[in-house]
Design a binder for this molecule. Structure first.
Ligand SMILES: Nc1ncnc2c1ncn2[C@@H]1O[C@H](COP(=O)(O)OP(=O)(O)OP(=O)(O)O)[C@@H](O)[C@H]1O
Ligand SMILES: [Mg+2]
Length: 255
């Protein structure tokens, strides 16, 4: 695996400009085409959503509780399917993916949730390695990849610790490492800082920004004003299942 070990600390304005130009012209990775979702006997959870997310973008999804943020992420992960319309990933409609091939689609998306779960009897290394083992990765690949990923999230020196010996922020970084292990195209983070203090939350958003700089598309659903503003990237506002704002360089706002 070729992966940059070190993340650059600061981008020059020239580098920033060329990255933004690249982003603007990069291919569409995710497309929602007239997507609506409703559950039995319920009103629309999402209504006629049309949007495109390009490769390498960092997108924050904000909105009131119940606005449909998690459902939006679940549609990308194909945990839910649209009632109407289609979600495309890399040009392929997700309803064309067979049940057998669904795990391959899901491996392209690394997920992080608020209520992260680590295996308490396994070390940091083993927790991340486990995600590779269950997919049949060879031992030598595991021994090479896991320390690299743990370095990226700043836990290179905590590989032998158990989850109970880590802070909440560190535990969430193990979850991020686990989400990165299959070299996903997308990180879908649903309230990843929900249980973290402000300092750990800022560290988490900084890491997500760093990972985004390395080329991974990031979609962040969050209530947290500070982290969405810190990201200073595209902000999509959902309200009662509709997009009411889609701002390229947005700030957290709920209209
Ligand atoms: N499986 C389901 N069956 C029925 N209704 C559902 C289901 N999943 C979600 N909903 C409803 O869809 C709406 C949107 O839920 P969703 O979890 O997407 O909101 P959210 O914006 O993520 O909210 P929060 O900020 O509280 O996490 C809610 O009213 C919820 O009750
Ligand atoms: Mg939610």
């Amino acid at each position: 695996m070729k992966r940059e070990n070190k993340i650059k600390n600061e981008e020059s304005s020239e580098e920033k400009y060329s990255r933004e130009m690249e982003e603007e012209h990069s291919p569409v990775l995710i497309k929602f085409d007239h997507v609506s979702k409703f559950f039995k006997n319920d009103q629309d959870i999402l209504t006629d959503i049309n949007l495109e997310i390009r490769k390498g973008e960092f997108v924050s999804i904000v909105g009131h509780s119940g606005a449909g943020k998690s459902t939006f992420l679940k549609l990308i992960y194909a945990e839910e399917m649209p009632t109407e319309g289609s979600v495309y990933f890399d040009g392929v409609s997700l309803d064309m993916i067979s049940r057998r091939k669904l795990p391959y689609h899901r491996r392209r998306i690394g997920t992080i949730f608020q209520d992260f779960k680590l295996l308490s009897k396994k070390t940091v290394f083993e927790n991340v390695a486990y995600a590779m083992e269950v997919c049949g990765a060879p031992r030598n690949e595991i021994l090479e990849d896991v320390p690299q990923i743990l370095d990226i999230v700043g836990l290179g020196d905590k590989m032998e610790k158990f989850p109970r010996q880590l802070s909440g922020g560190e535990q969430q970084r193990v979850v991020l490492a686990r989400a990165l292990i299959h070299k996903p195209h997308v990180i879908a983070a649903d309230e990843p800082t929900g249980n973290l203090d402000p300092v750990s939350s800022m560290e988490m958003v900084k890491l997500l920004l760093d990972i985004n700089k390395l080329g991974t598309t990031v979609i962040l659903a969050s209530h947290d004003h500070d982290i969405v503003n810190k990201a200073a990237k595209r902000v999509i506002v959902l309200d009662h299942g509709k997009i009411i704002c889609d701002d390229a360089k947005g700030k957290y706002k709920i209209c």
